[in-house]
Design a protein around this ligand. Structure first.
Ligand code: ADP
Ligand code: MG
Length: 343
């Protein structure tokens, strides 16, 4: 699509040329990348295509006062890669659609691509197309990431069975704490968190990790009956999995995994760490369920330096709902506190 020429500092064709120069693609199976009307990709035999898209709107998903262009590009890529990870798929290609306001220049947008491609590089995901438009109201960025899985093996949200154990990777709530530190700088100063804790939480917010390799590991070893990535907070994302599987869930508050930085932040700001985990978005950890008979094998196989997995509860019948066993042994319903648009 052509840009509205009048006030645009960004020259569409020169911009696309510089993308091709900066991010050349030599992906296997790629017949045609940027430069034609559409990309052409040869699918490997016996594999299915897994496709996801994610739209980020300025003022809703990011704020240019607290996020750099690199941050925005990086996180847009991670949001998509994490969806691919939760399907147990191998990520392959990315397409980028942009609506750019007059206030953003070519160097700004190239910085956004630098962040985006930095997130894609570890997985050899190549840029194969996109679209560029002007915007009269803020910056919009929509990514599409493709991946593949062996036919019939994608991890779905719908496979959880009563009695399955619920696991998560990593630690929960860090990204929300990082966001709160960023958006309330006075608050950050007032808290006097140790520098290393503050830095840890900010990095968890700005540079989350997508667990693509671990998702594929769960799939190849058949160690997940259902899976989802935690992009909107545990309370909402667990509910999505339960709805799709027609089951309920019991979460154990005292087994939720927290970083020491998050515990420090929660104490300093008088917040409940469990509430941060339930509400917190953008952790991009994986949540999955597994039959109890496989949990030993899972624990053994997942034992790797730097990898943390935690059993946080168990799948219950649908009528049980979604409840949390608190430290005093009582069961409380888990309200949806995670992020929802149009609420
Ligand atoms: P058309 O008008 O036929 O859709 P475009 O001029 O929009 O074609 O795009 C030309 C080529 O540049 C296509 O290969 C398209 O995928 C690619 N492209 C356009 N915008 C972007 C972008 N923001 N990022 C990556 N590739 C892009
Ligand atoms: Mg186009």
């Amino acid at each position: 699509m052509a840009l509205r020429k009048a006030q645009q500092p960004l020259k569409e064709f020169a911009f696309i040329d510089s993308l091709v120069r900066r991010f050349p693609t030599r992906a296997p199976g790629l017949v045609r990348g940027i430069g034609d009307d559409a990309a052409v990709v040869t699918l490997p035999a016996h594999r299915q295509l897994v496709v996801t898209t994610d739209l980020l709107a300025e003022g809703i998903h990011f704020d240019l006062r607290t996020a750099s262009f690199e941050d925005i590009g990086y996180k847009a890529a991670i949001a998509n890669l994490s969806d691919i990870a939760a399907m147990g798929a191998r990520p392959e290609h990315v397409l980028v659609a942009l609506a750019i306001p007059a206030s953003c220049s070519t160097p700004h947008i190239l910085r956004l691509y630098r962040g985006l491609m930095a997130a894609c590089r570890p997985y050899r995901v190549s840029l194969i197309g996109g679209d560029t438009s002007a915007s009269s109201h803020g910056l919009f960025l929509s990514l599409t990431v493709t991946g593949t899985v062996p036919t019939g093996s994608a991890l779905l949200r719908s496979g959880a069975r009563v009695g399955d154990l619920i696991y998560v990777t990593g630690t929960l709530g860090d990204s929300l704490a990082g966001l709160q530190l960023l958006s309330r700088r006075d608050h950050m100063a007032a808290l006097r968190l140790p520098r290393k804790d503050r830095q840890f939480l900010l990095t968890r917010h700005r540079r989350p990790v997508a667990h693509c390799r671990f998702g594929q590991f769960l799939r190849t070893h058949r160690l997940a009956s259902a899976a989802i990535d935690l992009s909107d907070g545990l309370s909402g994302d667990l509910r999505h999995l339960c709805t799709q599987s027609h089951v309920g869930a019991e979460i154990h508050a005292d087994s939720l995994p927290f970083s020491s930085a998050l515990l420090c932040y929660a104490t300093a700001s008088r917040m409940d760490p469990a509430a941060l985990a339930l509400r917190g978005g953008e952790d991009y950890e994986l949540l999955w369920t597994v039959a109890p008979s496989k949990s030993r094998r899972l624990q053994r196989a997942a034992k790797q330096p730097g990898r943390r997995i935690t059993c946080i509860g168990v799948i219950r019948p649908h009528g049980f709902g979604i409840r949390m066993r608190t430290e005093d042994g009582r069961l409380r319903p888990v309200p949806i506190t995670s992020y929802e648009h149009f609420r």
